[in-house]
Design a protein around this ligand. Structure first.
Ligand code: SF4
Length: 122
């Protein structure tokens, strides 16, 4: 058995949570004040998830790159694969904020969307 200690980042209380693991299985979770902390800590121990922010090349806009973000968190262990897919993207202006740039990024089921709008260069 292994006990992992985490600080919950979901609210300013910053509860110190202890998760007892048997391999990749959660046995016990203690120290969380609410259920949100339990879900966070167990996910973090079993398969951490993160929002990914990056940029893709945009063609025909005043700027060379478009900021993008995943619509939801994706597994941390999928970041390299996701970045390889993102680096291959070329998109034409105009682009609207929240426009889907890649559907099902790296097979995660999560979309990559534009973080801002970009018009064609005038
Ligand atoms: S466990 Fe709940 S109360 Fe504690 S930091 Fe996390 S979200 Fe806040």
């Amino acid at each position: 058995m292994e006990i992992k200690e985490l600080i919950c980042v979901n609210c300013p209380m910053g509860c110190r949570i202890h998760v007892t693991m048997d391999g990749r299985t959660v046995v016990k979770t203690e120290g969380n004040t609410c259920s949100k902390g339990k879900v966070y800590a167990e996910q973090e121990c079993v398969r951490p998830m993160r929002i990914l922010t990056s940029t893709v090349r945009i063609i025909g806009a005043a700027e060379r790159v478009l900021p993008v973000i995943t619509k939801d968190a994706i597994p941390l262990d999928m970041m390299d694969t996701a970045m390889k897919e993102i680096r291959r993207v070329r998109i034409d202006a105009p682009v609207k904020v929240d426009q889907v740039i890649i559907q099902d990024l790296a097979g995660t089921g999560v979309s990559l969307i534009a973080s801002r709008s970009m018009n064609p260069a005038s």
